[in-house]
Design a protein around this ligand. Structure first.
Ligand code: PA5
Length: 418
């Protein structure tokens, strides 16, 4: 089970820390927030019961098994951040056959094209709206390449899109391209546990049932109105109270290279959900121990306007010893019978202790391990904490009017050009 350690908040001085009393909240208050969340009609917590879609994904994965050497995901934003996180966290960084195009950078696109064999590639096109210009442009580009080789689009493309609306849905219906549905009431940044994340995850060999199982565990906790146990509520409450004390930045800092992308997924979730009506928390991505040698100076001695959210991995898959080749030398004589695991752990302890002593508020989310189950649990804890946070700030966490406006303006610039 994932746990949240917020003891350091009580150790920093009253100006920058919190009092234990903030958690003395009656169950009725949390129930009220849950009712408000329910009234938004969002599906991110209901989709976990959709076992039929998981079966369809499994069936599809069986039909394409062994058919393709490469997979390329086409999409952007909430459509690709989830699968990028799953791929980076749970698969071998340097041995994989999936490329995720989360941008329209022509150099990057060409580099992907250089290493794939189009004849042996499956393109997974993901877009909730089915009309995002970046995703459609990527799709048009690769579809033309496929057709130039006299290959059939339906043998090389699969779509994940809205059940009824948008160009991709239209193409799927009229041109017979296999497709999966994103439930109408689930937005991009809340969609990792729908086919948006689950289809590509299954195709790269991940245990999608375990991801959902972990998420369900977190959902039980989300429904629990007891302030002393509901982690999603506790996290939201801390972020909200810290904001009142001028902590407008949240640094997410996993002590794990594999979780680096997780912070990007969370950055979108936090920024796009809460950043509206003049309110918002600015997400910052960092990772330990690397950023101890980069950003930590600022966290320690810069403006005290940050809440630092450490993520601790309690068990790495690998235990690696550090052989001390110079045990008598003063520079390294303390490195005795140790491992990289222990060094990582002690460095994190040193960093959080020094920050706490400088009255820099920080908390730690502890993950037992990096598995599908704990990642599913983690995704859901953060999605549901954003749902609570939206209600605390009284903003609609599920729209993104600013993003929409920029999309419309790009279209207008093209129209003016014509
Ligand atoms: O979270 C969101 O809603 C956005 O970031 C979208 O995911 C992003 O704009 C891509 O949109 P779409 O999935 O419709 O292509």
């Amino acid at each position: 089970m994932i746990t949240l350690d917020y003891q350091n908040l009580f150790k920093v001085n009253a100006l920058h820390g919190l009092d234990q009393k903030i958690f003395d909240v009656p169950a009725s208050k949390i129930q009220d927030l849950l009712k408000k969340i329910e009234s938004r009609g969002q599906g991110f917590y209901k989709i976990l019961d959709d076992s039929e879609t998981l079966l369809k994904i499994n069936d599809y994965a069986n039909t394409v098994k062994g058919k393709y050497k490469h997979m390329v995901v086409l999409g952007i934003g909430g459509s690709t951040l989830g699968i990028t996180t799953l791929q980076k966290s749970l698969t071998h960084e340097f041995k994989n056959n999936i490329y995720i195009l989360d941008n329209i950078d022509p150099d990057y696109m060409r580099e992907v094209e250089d290493v794939i064999d189009l004849k042996e590639t499956l393109f997974i096109v993901i877009s909730k709206s089915g009309g995002t210009v970046e995703t459609l442009s990527q799709y048009f580009y690769f579809r033309k390449k496929i057709e130039a080789l006299n290959l059939e689009q339906k043998n090389h493309f699969v779509f994940v899109t809205d059940p009824a609306k948008g160009l991709l849905r239209e193409i799927a219906n009229t041109e017979g391209v296999k497709s999966f549905k994103i439930p109408e009431n689930v937005g991009g940044r809340f969609s990792v546990l729908t086919p948006v994340g689950m289809l590509p995850a299954k195709l790269i060999g991940l245990q999608i049932n375990d991801l959902i199982e972990g998420a369900k565990l977190a959902r039980d906790n989300f429904y629990n109105p007891d302030a002393s146990v509901n982690i999603a509520w506790q996290l939201a409450k801390i972020q909200f109270e810290m904001y009142q004390k001028g902590k407008f930045l949240n640094i997410m800092m996993p002590y794990s290279s594999k979780l680096k992308t997780f912070t990007e997924w969370y950055a979108q979730l936090l920024a796009e959900s809460i950043g509206k009506d003049g309110i918002g928390i600015t997400p910052v991505s960092a990772h330990g121990v690397t950023d101890q040698h980069s950003q930590n100076q600022l966290y320690h001695d810069g403006p005290n306007d940050k809440l630092i959210i450490f993520i601790e991995l309690e068990n790495f898959k690998t235990k690696l010893e550090i052989p001390n080749l110079y045990p008598e030398h003063a520079a390294v004589d303390y490195l005795r019978d140790t491992t990289f695991n222990e060094l990582m752990c002690l460095e994190k302890l040193g960093t959080e202790t020094s920050l706490t002593e400088r009255d820099r508020p920080n908390i730690t989310i502890k993950l037992p391990n990096l598995t599908e189950k704990s990642l599913g649990e983690f995704f859901f804890i953060l999605e549901s904490s954003i749902a609570f946070l939206g209600e605390m700030f009284k903003v609609n966490a599920y729209d993104q009017p600013g993003v929409e406006l920029s999309k419309q303006l790009t279209k207008q610039y093209y129209e003016r050009k014509a």
